[in-house]
Design a protein around this ligand. Structure first.
Ligand code: AMP
Ligand code: ZN
Length: 467
């Protein structure tokens, strides 16, 4: 079945065909490193991770770029308030971001370009120069360089804004603005006192890049003039992605991105997540409350990216119990699959849900349908297991399928370190087993159970598990 995604540009579900067969060029807007990323940001990153993993599951090679916005209005404001040089101010947030990616099992992108890197700044300046040469940009009285939106008739197409309704000649120097204030936007911002020691030399004097040109430069520089997919959260559509399209297409003359995919915002306990409302969570806040990265990942992933997601503690608890059910099932299946004596049998055709998992994700990453297929299969095969009607061949097919599912969902159990007391008891019990002292084996099993662990005897020896 063909892969189909909702394209924010056309506002339709379209068949996805990469420009280069077998290869996907994916650009994902990364964090602005002026604070710890909040779980809303992680909804966007987890959705993009699911997208990448599913494309890979379908045999496509994905080259992904995620930028780090380490200079913009917010980072400059932050470093000035902290009284630190910009790079020193952003460094801990960059480090924390990478730690959080690992906690949430988000695959590393191929490139994490930083906006302040010398080669990136040079590319931004070169793109702005081209825009000025082509008449798409101009230097204004305030010394900054602006993009002339009237020079690009397609401006507003992504966000569905009609240019005729705009105030002519309006200019906006801040990185973010509302549709009502639309106007020429800043490509290069002339240095002013609020910038402190942040600035680079350019043909237009000392200054710094606008946020939008950063992404155009990093995307086209690392992935070429045309992307297959460009992602972000819905708040990025305007003005950020609208501006990226205008800048990139006026420089290259080519369509910038074939697909635009945006996730809906995350809400917390029914209202918008905001520091002032006290419902602003970072991943670290949740870890401190005893939730795991796997549980947060599951809670974020389990609602389709285009549906609103209301993040609640009940939702995390539901994630915990769903995962426990899957862990229990996969352990049962693995155990049967290991029984090599039973002749192989059973075919994939026994379980249509196996196919349904991938097809659901082909359908605009319909995770709800994909998870419904998983849980239906769990129910059905648990029933068969209870009735002794699942053979080793079927279990092996299920195990292999499950590995594929895990490569997409990345929700396998955390490898848990064995407490030293349990390890010592297992060693003692291994001796008792060798001596065929079954009574001692049972006694030690009970002592292990008292520590919250179970032990199973398999042909490969004892297998400890958390009770
Ligand atoms: P920022 O650090 O603000 O540039 O945002 C980084 C990414 O997170 C962007 O793709 C945003 O669209 C996305 N994002 C921000 N807030 C939310 C939210 N509440 N829910 C989902 N995505 C978000
Ligand atoms: Zn961006």
């Amino acid at each position: 079945m063909a892969i189909r995604f909702f394209n924010s540009f056309s506002r339709q579900v379209e068949e996805f065909v990469p420009i280069e067969p077998g290869r996907v060029r994916l650009y994902t807007c990364g964090p602005t490193v002026y604070n710890f990323a909040h779980i809303g940001n992680f909804r966007a990153y987890v959705f993009e991770d699911l997208l990448q993993r599913h494309l890979e599951f379908r045999g496509l090679r994905v080259t992904r770029v995620m930028n780090l916005t380490d200079v913009d209005d917010k980072t400059i404001r932050g470093c000035r308030a902290a009284g630190l040089p910009l790079a020193e101010f952003t460094a801990p947030f960059k480090a924390a971001f990478f730690e959080d990616l690992d906690t949430l099992r988000i695959k590393r992108a191929d490139h994490f370009p930083e906006a302040t890197a010398a080669d990136q700044i040079a590319r931004m300046i070169s793109m702005i120069s081209t825009l000025v040469e082509k008449g798409h940009a101009y230097r204004a009285d305030d010394g900054s360089v602006y993009f002339r939106i009237r020079s690009f008739p397609a401006y507003g197409r992504l966000a569905h804004i009609v240019l005729d309704e705009l105030r002519p000649g309006a200019r906006v120097s801040s990185d973010e603005y509302e549709k009502e204030n639309v106007g020429d936007f800043a490509l290069w911002k002339a240095w002013d006192e609020a910038d402190g020691d942040v600035g680079w030399e350019s043909p237009w004097g000392r200054g710094r890049p606008g946020w939008h040109i950063e992404c155009s430069a990093m995307a086209t520089g690392l992935l070429g003039p045309q992307l297959d997919i460009h992602c972000g959260g819905e708040d990025n559509i305007f003005p950020h992605h609208e501006a990226e399209i205008a800048q990139s297409e006026c420089v290259t003359g080519l369509r910038f991105a074939n697909f635009w995919m945006h996730c809906k915002h995350l809400r917390v306990e029914g209202s918008k997540m905001a520091k002032s409302a006290g419902n602003f969570f970072t991943l670290r806040d949740l870890m401190e409350k005893g939730w795991t990265g796997r549980e947060v990942r599951y809670a974020l992933i389990s609602v389709k990216y285009r549906e609103p997601l209301n993040f609640t503690i009940d939702g995390l608890a539901a994630a915990r119990s769903a995962l426990a059910r899957l862990d229990e099932w996969s352990a049962r299946i693995a155990e049967i699959a290991e029984i090599a004596r039973v002749p192989a049998g059973g075919t994939v055709a026994d379980f249509p849900e196996m196919e349904a998992f991938g097809s659901a994700l082909d359908d605009d990453l319909n995770i709800s349908a994909a998870l419904a297929a998983v849980f239906e299969l769990v129910r059905e095969t648990n029933r068969r297991l209870d009735a002794g009607r699942l053979d080793a061949g079927q279990a092996r097919a299920l195990s292999a399928w499950w590995q594929g599912v895990l490569s997409v969902l990345a929700i396998e159990p955390e490898p848990e370190a064995l407490p030293s007391e349990v390890a010592a008891l297992l060693a003692e019990r291994a001796n008792a087993r060798a001596a065929k002292d079954w009574k001692a084996c049972d006694v030690i099993r009970d002592r292990i159970a008292a520590l919250g662990w179970t032990v199973k005897d398999t042909k490969d020896g004892q297998k400890p598990m958390r009770a």
